[in-house]
Design a binder for this molecule. Sequence first.
Ligand code: PMP
Length: 385
Amino acid sequence: MIYLDYAASNPMDPRVHEALVEVLAWTGNPSSVHAFGRKLRIALDDARSAVAKLIDVPANDVFFTSGATEGNNTVLLGYFRRLRELYGSDRELRLLVSAIEHSSVRVNLGRLEAELGVIIDKLPVDGDGVVDIKRVGNLLRDSTAMVCVMWANNIIGSLQPIAEIGRLISAIRQERGSNGLPLVFMSDAVQALRTESVKPREFGVDILTLSGHKIYGPRGVGAVYIRSDLELAPLIIGGEQEAGWRAGTENVAGIVGLGQAATNLLAERSVDRAKVVDLTQRLRTGLREQSELVVIGDTARSVPGILYVASTKLSGEILTLKLDAAGIAVSSGSACDAGTRKSASVLQEICSSQIARHGGLRLSLGRFNTQKEVQSVLQILSTLV
Ligand code: PMP
């Protein structure tokens, strides 16, 4: 079997597996004061430091979640609920959000509108799925309280102008002054962290979400960075864990796995990246040689390791099934959109209606893929399309 579905989930690094399994066997609750509890608490704190180091933020600003879906839900609802508490129901509050966010952001937009009266402004993308910084400036209003733009798209890999948006927001925040409406920049960095240097403070990002299984860590665990002076209403209540911000006994084994994944990534990302860039280049060149396939997006403005191709003849779904039968695992869209029969938002935004309807293939690679695998995939694809 060849696994080319890293954007859906990464194989777990063996070192992560080892660390996680060890902690799974430990007894106790990290909130207990006795020795069992203290041992777990230390493991939690070490993992928090490892994640903080990876993204270069203070450890106290990192909170663990059950993954980026929970992270995105929590920060969007938590931020606007708190603003409603502070400013009352009459104050106009707007969210400027890119049109290509992951479903865990998108589904919350209707909820923010209906439950909290937040006005949603959509930030369009260009033909390569990249937000235009000028549009951000034009669409920002005095009542915009958050700008939300993912660091890299999960379907086509398009990398967003995070640093530029961050600078613009910092300047506007300064203009508003300390008595003005807060304006924060939130970014879902799930698909960027694997290969890019994601440092929220350096890029002017105030709230960031990430996920364990997209950095060779475990599924079902993630983290959120929240700038220390921001107040958010907690989503899950009923305990004092995670500074009261996310109640519930912590998934210590998963969190330790995430910490190990973060440590590995920090040490090895540049080597990993060079390898993934090379494999992606080989795959892209081979795909472009196949006349029935169209590569979507501008690869110079994408993260390495994610390629989206559409066939002029077969739907993405059929091709995915054919490849599966040939021992190759890819996606026809986002795993989160799969089964809904809806095409991913980014495809609806940038593709012809035929491609948006029939979908294509997302081929996503990582640390453990080889040149031989890429060659096999190209050879098998050529017999299918
Ligand atoms: N955001 C993006 C961009 C993603 O790709 C994913 C995973 N498909 C998520 C959020 C959700 O992450 P998780 O699987 O940890 O809930």
